[in-house]
Design a protein. Structure first.
Lengths: 420, 173
């Protein structure tokens, strides 16, 4: 069956359109051009399209003394291989390896090429900050300094997400932008809920957690607004609300599938109860999606769109919960390990420890520096008569044993099991 | 600069940007380039206005400027590779089915091949007529040629396309 040429031409031409966002960007550029005496010319589009290949990974915040380039390369290659970088990943504000963690986060972000990848990584980073806060709070080790540091990095990471969302919008990738915004929102809601529960259980924490929670509240307002704006753009840019709804349904289905895979992966790190709870929540998301499909078939496209969006949010929240719980468990375990390590070192630090006279590669240099600092820290603590072991281990034990699963009603009305 | 002129000009942008973009896209087959040429066309037109010159038919003027810009752009355009087809399929508004995007991309490639076999003026005229919806008279005005000329070229091009397309399908089967 052949359409004649002109029929095909007709069908194709309707699909060729200037993207809404693009049109507006060009319009703004034009207005600026009209106002400025000096013409602003062609390169603006090229800038939008060129991947940031030229961005140097060594432009990241250098938390150590400046290293020669070769040493830098050594660091990068050993960074992800294991050892320090790996060990640093669960470290917390106030610990010696924390700066290494931040450095590896920055490097990894820079090495990610796609805007979508960068955006998702930034979402993960913002979540990490909130996880760190909850672990510190649960272990009773949160103080004003850590709180401030976490809050400020959290702001940076969130700002990064927003920047990347803008970029995605400029690239015309509205649906991805909407998904990522939604991921961020879910992450905020879940972590806020966790912090709420921690506060309720230990009202003293209000002083230090309150600050971070205020920030989360602020950011939630932003993501909600952004979400609405993006939905509007999606609906306007689609040839029909039906098409927009179909798109959202498909996207929600993908998120649900991804989340299921995620839960399966993390199963070993979760208790049976948490797993079951997660499966339930995901089941809810699936039913909501079925409702959305029913509305679509009934021709109720707006409702189908809203329900699909709800289904996606539920799935994303489930993923955020599972991730938070899995990481919380790991981090708490690691914290305990580190405390035991320290206590061991305290007991044996009176003996001289020979440093390995290894080659002068920077990673070893860093290890040496780290041991030095830790040694000094332990000395100091010993002199101040602080007993690390008793205090913190007791706290951690007590908190872990305190597995009250009060379903405390949080501010967002989010219900889920979380084990501290 | 005259506020009135500015407003009128931006109104022209709002009205014609899509059309100019589409016109360019069917010539250069790259979304990025089409956008750049569109933007450029508007800027050049504004500079012309700022220079004190009067434009009677801004729509026609915009098409002419864009057309001239494209001569350079087309010289740089290479043959389509599979990657480019995929890139082109991104040029369409996102549809709910990946399959639909591919169908459109393939259909589009056919159209592009056919159009490329025409002479430059014939191609322009076909696009103006069938994509932009200009009447032969309007086309004549835009490109400063006689209406007769336009009709003749239009006829010739249409016949060619029908035959080419027919051949294309006969060959395929």
């Amino acid at each position: 069956m052949k359409d004649n040429f002109f029929e095909k031409l007709n069908r194709t031409k309707q699909k060729i359109r200037l993207n809404e966002i693009r049109k507006k960007v060009m319009r703004d550029n034009l207005l600026r051009f009209m106002d400025s005496p000096v013409p602003v010319r062609r390169s603006w589009i090229k800038r939008l399209f060129i991947q940031e290949r030229s961005k140097s990974i060594f432009k990241t915040k250098n938390l150590f003394k400046p290293m020669p380039l070769i040493a830098g390369i050594t660091i990068v290659t050993t960074m992800f291989g294991g050892g320090i970088a790996f060990a640093s990943q669960t470290s917390l504000p106030g610990e010696t390896l924390y700066p290494v963690k931040i450095l590896t986060e920055n490097i990894r972000g820079d090495l990610t090429l796609s805007t979508e990848g960068k955006a998702e990584w930034s979402v993960d980073l913002a979540a990490r900050r909130l996880e760190e806060a909850s672990v510190l709070a649960a272990a009773g080790r949160m103080n004003a300094t850590s709180s401030a540091e976490i809050a400020s990095r959290f702001e940076e990471n969130t700002h990064s997400v927003k920047k990347n969302i803008e970029k995605l919008k400029e690239e015309g990738n509205i649906e991805t932008a909407a998904n990522i915004n939604s991921q961020l929102e879910s992450s905020f809601k879940v972590h806020n809920e966790i912090l709420v529960r921690l506060e309720k259980r230990d009202p003293d924490l209000k002083n230090v957690i309150g600050f971070i929670r205020e920030k989360i509240k602020e950011e939630l307002k932003n993501t909600e607004k952004e979400g609405h704006d993006l939905d509007e753009v999606i609906i306007n840019a689609s040839s029909s609300v039906k098409v927009a709804a179909e798109g959202k349904i498909k996207a929600a289905g993908n998120v649900i599938d991804e989340t299921q895979k995620f839960i399966n992966n993390k199963n070993s790190k979760l208790s049976a109860e948490t797993s079951a709870d997660a499966e339930n929540k995901l089941g809810e998301a699936s039913s909501t999606l079925l409702e959305a499909k029913a509305k679509l078939n009934a021709g109720l496209y707006s409702e189908a769109f809203s329900l699909a969006k709800e289904a996606m949010e539920k799935a994303q929240e489930t993923k955020a919960i599972v991730q938070a719980q899995a990481l919380f468990n790991i981090r708490i375990e690691d914290l305990k390990d580190r405390e035991r390590e320290k206590e061991y070192q305290n007991a044996t630090s009176s003996e001289e420890i020979e440093y390995s006279t290894s080659s002068a590669s920077s990673s070893h240099g860093m290890e040496k520096k780290e041991n030095d600092k830790e040694k000094r820290d332990n000395e100091k603590d010993r002199k101040e008569g602080k007993s690390l072991k008793a205090d913190t281990e007791a706290n951690i034990h007590a908190d872990i044993q305190n597995k009250e699963e009060k379903e405390i009603e949080g501010e967002g009305g989010l219900k889920f099991k979380f084990e501290f | 600069m005259d506020e009135y002129k500015k407003n009128e000009f931006i109104k022209a942008y709002d009205m014609y940007a899509d059309a100019i973009f589409r016109y360019c896209f069917f010539r250069v087959y790259s979304r990025a380039q089409a956008e750049e040429i569109t933007q450029d066309a508007f800027m050049k037109t504004w500079e012309y206005i700022v220079g004190g010159k009067d434009i009677k038919n801004i729509r026609a003027f915009l098409y002419r400027v864009a057309s001239n810009s494209m001569i350079d752009a087309i010289r740089k355009h290479k043959e389509s590779s599979l990657d480019e087809i995929m890139e082109e399929s991104n040029a369409f508004e996102p549809s709910s089915e990946y399959k639909e995007d591919m169908e459109h991309a393939i259909m589009f490639k056919e159209i592009k091949e056919q159009l490329n076999r025409l002479k430059k003026e014939e191609r322009d005229i076909i696009i103006m007529r069938h994509v932009e919806g200009f009447s032969p008279q309007e086309i004549a005005e835009t490109f400063n040629i006689s209406a007769n000329n336009v009709s003749v070229k239009l006829n010739r091009a249409t016949k060619k396309l029908r035959k080419q397309f027919g051949d294309y399908y006969n060959y395929e089967r």
